[in-house]
Design a protein around this ligand. Structure first.
Ligand code: COA
Length: 330
């Protein structure tokens, strides 16, 4: 069977920077609290009119250009997001339209912070199996329009930001590129990080009462998320290494989902690797859910942190709970 590798990456960050000081004008919080608990100093918010599909399309154009390809070379689209422009259809169809592509398929993935890695595994399987030659994988989020930016929502809303990242996956020599993907889910913790409304189990799925109760905003059991994340991240990174006969010493860099700086530091500690080996850009972009890994990957490439031959591990944990890793020989 042939291999599959990432041949181009790109990102799109909205220009509007929202600092912690800006948030203190909206809610009862402080710069110190946010930096100390999350490591975040600023994030980006879109201006009205820009949705996840538009950000994702911009990131996709950059990834296709980096791969030295044309949009028409793409055979299939995978779009990961928890903040689609509309309840339906998914965002992938807009990318197909806006890139001017023929009637290729477009699949939306809904696994929250692990969305990009689940999506990448789909691309990996399609390319390795010979179904498609070039698959575009996008992670994009517009959180800012769905956050409670009052004091009532401060524990959640200071964490999240908007952005998009994308990668083009194409054929590789066997043993080169994406070595393996590992995905897990534990639905019994679904309620510990969720957004309830609109909800098709409700009649109607959105009511004034639901809005008055704030059920359209994400809810998070922060401590629970933290405790599970610091266990699952190291576990799934070790799983990827073991599946391919590698040890921690072989790893060049870990690019984790940017959940929270304290989580990233705890993961480095649990693995016993220097913190510099675990990439972080959360200070500047916040937590961008499905977009965070492709944005971070693109930055690593831009900054020359990844060289040919490096062993790179991508890892994520988030709502669901779901967690995942991808091991790549670059
Ligand atoms: N600014 C100031 N104070 C805040 C605040 C904010 N933005 N958010 C919460 N607080 C307050 C709380 O009201 C609470 O006050 P009290 O003690 O008077 O009741 C206090 O800070 C501590 O709250 P708590 O929720 O116990 O804090 P914590 O130490 O658990 O930290 C998180 C909260 C969210 C930072 C932490 O739980 C965490 O990092 N969890 C993981 C979250 C995550 O990474 N999510 C993304 C997953 S993909």
């Amino acid at each position: 069977m042939r291999g599959a590798k990432i041949i181009g990456t790109g990102k799109a960050l909205p220009p509007r920077v929202v600092t912690n000081a800006d948030l203190t004008k909206l809610m009862d919080t402080t710069e110190e609290w946010i930096v100390q608990r999350t490591g975040i100093r600023e994030r980006r918010f879109v201006d009205p009119g820009t949705g996840a599909a538009a950000l994702g399309t911009e990131a996709a154009r950059a990834a296709i250009a980096a791969a030295k390809m044309e949009p028409r070379d793409i055979d299939f689209i995978v779009f990961a997001t928890v903040s689609p422009d509309y309840f339906f259809p998914g965002c992938g169809v807009y990318v197909q339209e806006w890139l001017g592509l023929p009637t290729i398929g477009a699949l939306d993935v809904r696994t929250q912070c692990t969305g990009f890695l689940y999506g990448l595994s789909v691309a990996e399987a399609y390319v390795k199996g010979g179904f498609f030659d070039h698959v575009l994988v996008i992670g994009a989020e517009v959180h800012s329009t769905g956050l409670d930016l009052s004091t009532a929502g401060r524990d959640v809303s200071v964490i999240f930001g908007d952005g998009a990242g994308a990668a083009v996956v194409g054929p590789a020599e066997p043993g080169d590129g994406i070595l393996s993907s590992h995905m897990h889910a534990e639905g019994k913790y679904a309620k510990d990080l969720m957004l309830e409304a609109p909800a098709s189990i409700e009649h109607p799925r959105l009511s004034h009462e639901m809005l008055d109760a704030g059920r359209q905003y994400p809810k998070m059991n922060g401590r629970y998320v933290f405790t599970h994340a610091v266990r699952r991240f190291p576990e799934v990174i070790r799983e990827a290494l073991a599946a391919n006969g590698f040890s921690l010493e072989d790893l060049s860099i870990v690019i984790p989902h940017q959940a929270n700086l304290r989580i990233t530091q705890a993961v480095a500690g649990a693995l016993g690797v220097p913190v510099e080996k675990v990439f972080s850009n959360i200070e500047k972009v916040g937590n961008t859910t499905a977009a965070s890994i492709p944005i971070a990957l693109d930055e690593c490439i831009e900054q020359g942190k990844i060289r040919k031959g490096d062993l790179v591990c991508l890892a994520a944990f988030g709502s669901g709970f779901t967690w995942a890793s991808t091991l790549i020989r670059w």
